[in-house]
Design a protein around this ligand. Structure first.
Ligand code: RAT
Ligand code: ZN
Length: 444
């Protein structure tokens, strides 16, 4: 099904005496900590995109996950908040969520984990020390440091062919850091067709609000040109919970007649991120998005009707997760991925990862970071690694009780599949390096 196959065979059969569960635990922890990640969905940009690169304490604190939490605890109104400078906003968030309260939420713990990894005072009364630290960092060195700390070898950006800040870089001949891969995001086209028609026209494509044959062929030409320019690993879109594939609205029409044919033509996967309700509270801007339970059967139908297209699928509602696993068992052209956005919390990643292991073995992609600020890679992957290690350890321990011990090489093979191999194989990227091994673990 995919272009390149990765060799996962293990050299050893794992012979040797069974060891205890403590040893198993040690091996799982070591392997999970060392396995490089290919992060398939982020909002980070390669250095070549200049001002789009976000990093350092003020950006970390101005994360929209934290802004939403601020309004639960502060008397400041959204209007007042948006009138402040970025520095003032960060100060307010630090004071409210970190000084006056214990930072217990996932997003606040994340900031603490980043500060701790960088050796900053996590109990500081203000941000002076943190700001001074970041002021002295060189962006290029800091990028290397973060990638090393998070063990992220490659990551996928979210690239919008209609974004005025982003497109000049694509149109230039600059060479983009090869660790940063592109994904072509279709949100504006599929979710805001009417508003985007003038922009596409300005780029020279003869499209109209009413979807006629010419509009379809021009949209295909637009996508074709941008696919050639960006070389994306996949096309992607976020969709509302009430999304249906058969309706006659522009979205479904464009999907069926422009997007899916382009996926076929370029042998590209389509990532569907389903379940977002944008701007439930518009005053909060980006922090004002919510979610709804979607109909997984819509995706099942797309997989059934397009067996020659590979789909990367994630749902935003916790209630859709079990159904997604079941649909994945039916369609081998569906790859479930990540614990998206409001699901990227310890308790829910725990539940979803275990559910997926039980229903799908290792044939899924457990996590992506969704990082918007470079530094977030540190905590998002630290948290996810911890939880995935727990889930894997418990599965291996159960397997041991059932009569089969695992070898260290098997643990490495599984971790490599989960953290990079499944995705790379799905999108036809060559294999990343294997984890350093050497040791054979327990086997009865
Ligand atoms: O998780 C987020 O940061 C959201 O704002 C969205 O970006 C979401 O992940 C998306 O890609 O639409
Ligand atoms: Zn995202």
């Amino acid at each position: 099904m995919t272009n390149r196959q990765i060799d996962y065979s293990t050299a050893e059969d794992g012979g040797g005496a069974a060891r205890d569960e403590r040893e198993l635990r040690r091996h799982v922890d070591e392997v999970i900590a060392a396995t490089p990640v290919t992060d398939l969905h982020t909002h980070l940009y390669a250095p070549q995109f200049g001002e789009l690169n976000l990093w350092a304490i003020d950006e970390l604190l101005n994360y929209h996950y934290l802004i939403a939490e601020l309004f639960r605890s502060s008397t400041v109104t959204p209007e007042e908040f948006w009138g402040l400078s970025k520095t003032q906003q960060a100060d307010l968030i630090w004071q409210t969520l970190f000084v006056e309260q214990t930072p217990l939420s996932e997003a606040t713990r994340g900031v603490i984990a980043v500060m701790s990894a960088l050796g900053l005072d996590t109990r500081a009364r203000d941000l002076r020390e943190a700001r001074e630290f970041f002021r002295t960092q060189r962006a290029e060195d800091y990028l290397e440091r973060v990638l090393k700390l998070s063990r992220v070898s490659d990551l996928v950006m979210t690239n919008d062919p209609l974004d005025e800040i982003e497109t000049p870089t694509w149109e230039s001949s600059v060479e983009i850091d090869p660790r940063f891969h592109a994904s072509l995001r279709l949100d504006r086209i599929l979710n805001g067709w009417t508003e985007i028609v003038p922009r596409m026209s300005a780029q020279g494509y003869q499209v109209r609000v009413e979807i006629d044959r010419r509009t379809i062929s021009e949209t295909r030409r637009f996508l074709d040109d941008w696919i050639v320019r960006m070389k994306p690993l996949y096309l992607g879109v976020s969709l509302p919970d009430d999304f249906t594939y058969l309706e006659e609205a522009p979205r479904a029409h464009l999907l069926r007649d422009a997007v899916l044919p382009m996926c076929r033509e370029h042998d590209l996967s389509l990532a569907l991120m389903v379940g977002v309700r944008r701007r439930v509270n518009p005053a909060l801007r980006m922090a004002g998005d919510g979610l709804g339970r979607a109909d997984v059967n819509v995706v099942a139908r797309m997989c059934a009707e397009n067996p020659d297209v590979r789909f990367l699928i994630t749902f935003l509602s916790r209630e859709n997760q079990h159904e997604l696993c079941v649909v994945a068992r039916k369609f081998s052209n569906l790859m479930p991925f990540g614990c998206w956005w409001f699901l990227n919390n310890t308790s829910i990643i725990t539940e979803i990862t275990r559910e997926r292991l039980e229903l799908l073995g290792t044939s899924f992609i457990p996590q992506h970071s969704d990082a918007r600020v470079l530094d977030q890679l540190i905590y998002k992957w630290e948290h996810s690694r911890r939880i995935i290690a727990d889930a894997l350890y418990d599965s291996y321990a159960e397997l041991l009780r059932d009569g089969r011990a695992v070898t260290r090489q098997e643990i490495e093979r599984d971790a490599t599949r989960l953290f990079s191999g499944n995705f790379r194989q799905w999108v036809g990227l060559v294999a990343t390096e294997k984890v350093e091994s050497g040791v054979v673990v327990s086997a009865p």
